[in-house]
Write a protein that binds this ligand. Structure first.
Ligand code: NAD
Length: 480
């Protein structure tokens, strides 16, 4: 069900300003209607056998496969990612859909002995009700799928509010779910800003779960607003992820990992490597190799085959990123490359920022502490593995982490001691696979995880069931 308001807003391409589409700006009443539709649909959707729900999702996965190229192309225009990454975004949705559709025949509970004779104990997962999904623009197909697909297989119904920068992709995603055969009202979409439409959802008494991916600031607001109705709030927030490069690392491999993690998606990934912590023995060599690799990257629209780096999402993002170049220089960091808006030729029509590397960064500088969410990374020099891990952990976020080393002892210490939800060894900070839990520690979230089996905990509640077939009153903890 799509909810239409009378006011509209435009979605435009960050690469050249092209109009992608015009969308209704939902009102508070539209949100209420969407929630009412989801609530009504919940009464029957929760009773559809989970394997049957799975069959609809398998169908959806196959539809997505057929639509992959079209969605990829649309993403290069509406969000701006380069084609390979846009294809990966859609593939992530296909992968999670196949994985979660299979949960229709699992959704395991537990059976366990009772402490009393002739008594049966078990626990089962039950859906929670109406889920409100609030999503960002940076993974415009993958993130809605990470939320909607597990919510649906568990028997919940959904109201989705996508980011205002990528409504066309969200609209298409919901149309395809419809095409797969979801009953009316099971998924509903509303459009509009966070503080209006999003906030209305968070405060709505009939929404039981809010799942948000966004910035830390938004997460705090949503947690506060959701407290009034004691909502389950699932938060996936920001990061300030670091790659550690030890003195025994394969430097060329590390450079590849850094370039991919720091500058892929123009640095607009929650798992982007916005810090590089290098051992003093390889610090200079790494700098040289890194700058040489980065200066070869070609900026351009995502749909052009030879583009390495697409635009950033909008003018506000461009301004914010550029302000950090000034902040870094003012703080005394040394600019190795980039630090400017790219305006030559057709780039002037979009929001392009040159890949930027700061060296000699102190771990406490703002460029080493704050999420910039753009193609900017900060090089920090350390003396040994202990200092590297201390610096990596010395931030408020805890999403992704990485270490390049060939020493198995150092690798295992890092796996144990890095304070993050994800650690990579000899790979950059990005590249999650859908069957493992995804999320972070500290200010990156509030203890939940997306994807994998862990996602089921967000979208179900446990019910414990005791069946006494003794024919008499038996008292736990009291009767022998
Ligand atoms: P954002 O916080 O500005 O917006 C995210 C969503 O929240 C949007 O749909 C927005 O409209 C909505 N929103 C904003 N204020 C709201 C409010 N008061 N109430 C309800 N909804 C509100 O984030 P963004 O700029 O779209 O995305 C970038 C951020 O997302 C970065 O911080 C990034 O690290 C984070 N992110 C995290 C993950 C993760 O899994 N941890 C993944 C991707 C992005």
């Amino acid at each position: 069900m799509a909810i239409t308001g009378t006011e509209t807003f435009e979605s435009t391409s960050p690469a050249d300003g092209e109009t992608i589409g015009v969308f209704p700006r939902s009102t508070g009443e539209d949100v209420d209607r969407a929630v009412a539709a989801a609530k009504e649909a919940y009464a029957h959707w929760r009773l559809v056998p989970a394997p049957k729900r799975g069959e609809i999702l398998y169908r959806f996965a196959r539809i997505l496969e057929g639509e992959k190229d079209a969605l990829t192309e649309l993403m290069t225009h509406e969000m701006g990612k380069v084609r390979a990454e846009a294809g990966g975004d859609v593939q992530e949705a296909i992968d999670i859909t196949y994985y979660m559709a299979g949960e229709g025949r699992r959704l395991f509970g537990q059976t366990t002995p009772s402490e009393l004779p002739d008594k049966w104990n078990m626990s089962i997962r039950q859906p929670v009700g109406v889920v409100g999904a609030i999503t960002p623009w940076n993974f415009p197909i993958a993130i809605p799928s990470w939320k909607l697909i597990p919510a649906l297989i568990c028997g919940n119904t959904v109201v989705l509010k996508p980011a205002t920068d990528t409504p066309a992709l969200a609209e298409r995603f919901v149309e395809l779910l419809d095409e797969a055969g979801l009953p009316d009202g099971v998924v509903n979409i509303v459009y509009g800003g966070g503080s209006s439409v999003g906030d209305r959802m968070v405060r709505h008494p009939d929404i039981r779960v809010i799942t948000l991916t966004g910035s830390r600031e938004t997460g705090v607001k949503v947690l506060e607003a959701g407290a009034e109705t004691l909502k389950h709030v699932h938060l996936e927030l920001g990061g300030k992820n670091a790659i550690i490069v030890m003195d025994d690392a394969d430097l060329d491999l590390a450079v590849n990992g850094i370039v991919w993690s720091a500058f892929g998606t123009s640095g607009q990934r929650c798992t982007a490597a916005s810090r590089v912590i290098a051992h003093e023995k390889v610090y200079d060599a790494l700098q040289k190799k890194l700058v040489a690799a980065v200066e070869k990257l070609r900026l351009g629209p995502g749909w052009e085959g030879d583009t390495d780096i697409g635009p950033v999402i909008n003018k506000a993002a461009l301004d914010k990123i550029h302000s950090y170049s000034k902040i870094g220089s003012d703080e005394g960091a040394r600019l190795l490359t980039g630090g400017e808006v790219a305006t030559e030729g057709d780039l002037a029509r979009g929001f392009f920022y040159r890949p930027t590397i700061f060296a000699d960064v102190d771990p406490q500088m703002r460029v080493a502490q704050e999420e910039i969410f753009g193609p900017v990374t900060a090089l920090i020099k350390v003396r040994d593995a202990d200092e590297a891990i201390r610096v990596s952990n010395g931030i408020k976020y805890g999403l992704s982490s990485s270490i390049f080393t060939r020493d198995v002892n150092t690798a295992f210490r890092a796996m144990r001691d890095l304070e993050a939800g994800i650690t990579y060894v000899n790979a950059g900070t990005t590249g999650a696979e859908v069957h493992l839990p995804f999320g972070g520690t500290k200010d990156t979230g509030n203890g939940h995880r997306e994807a994998g089996q862990a996602a089921l905990d967000v979208f179900t509640e446990w019910k414990s069931i005791y069946v006494d077939y003794s024919g008499k009153l038996q008292r736990a903890q009291i009767d022998d």
